[in-house]
Design a protein. Structure first.
Length: 245
């Protein structure tokens, strides 16, 4: 890959059913963590070289569009509407006409770190992983890797495993993704992005990189976890600044 990635696709179309009642009137990416919407936290973590945000919207899309408008801190925002919520793979497919050869993809309801986003913006093909103790429901997203630490699919595990290296929903991808058929999930009701990336991984080496920070916000109890994680992250950043001062 020549140069750095300039585009990020942000997946923010879902209804957030697992976060009801919070998402009855507020789209999941606008739920507040420590007084700020999740998307604002992530947009501020984007590296300088990312100049274009492609924001996939659907459920309560007008609230997201009205909140952010057409730019965020000199980064252009382009909206793509997913009218039928057919999953993350379908959401990325809708963005295909707008994409450069290389691009990032992130989940709009997870929290990421600038350090990881900067690293990924210089990758060819990569997926972010997080080692988690007592992963519970997240164990379903356990990554399999080969001896070269390349992604090769998902492990079949149960919620009782002690630790798991799970998919954190940040990808560095290229347009070869669109050469593959979208993989159906949920009895064919949706098409999965990670499952399609797993198919792509059979032909291309996709590096698995450990996250310095990641927090999923998929359930009501995750909001408090996210608030505590952000506080610790800010405190850690402030401590580093004081040490280097």
């Amino acid at each position: 890959m020549n140069g750095v990635i300039k585009q990020v696709v942000v997946l923010a179309a879902g209804e957030g059913l697992r976060l009801r009642p919070y998402t009855l009137t507020t789209p999941k990416p606008l739920l507040e963590v420590n007084g700020r919407p999740i998307l604002e936290w992530n947009f501020d973590e984007l590296p300088e070289n990312i100049s274009e945000i492609i924001l996939v919207v659907g459920y309560l899309k007008d609230k997201i569009i009205n909140h952010f408008g057409n730019n965020w801190r000199n980064k252009k925002i382009i909206y793509v509407e997913q009218r039928e919520l057919k999953g993350t793979g379908d959401a990325l497919r809708l963005c295909q006409p707008l994409l450069d050869e290389h691009f990032l993809v992130i989940n709009g309801d997870d929290l990421y770190a600038k350090e990881d986003l900067e690293k990924f913006s210089r990758c060819n093909l990569a997926i972010l992983a997080k080692e988690i103790s007592n992963p519970g429901r997240l164990s379903l997203h356990t990554l399999l890797t080969d001896e070269q630490n390349h992604f090769c699919g998902f492990a079949k595990t149960d919620e009782n495993i002690k630790t798991a290296r799970v998919n954190a929903g940040l990808y560095a991808l290229n347009r070869h993704f669109f050469d593959y058929p979208l993989q159906p999930i949920k009895n064919g009701a949706e098409f999965g992005l990670p499952q399609t990336v797993a198919l792509m991984a059979q032909d291309y080496p996709i590096e698995v990189i450990n996250a310095t920070f990641w927090q999923s916000v998929g359930y009501p109890e995750d909001i408090k976890k996210a608030e505590e994680a952000i506080k610790q992250k800010v405190q850690s950043s402030n401590a580093k600044v004081q040490i280097n001062a």
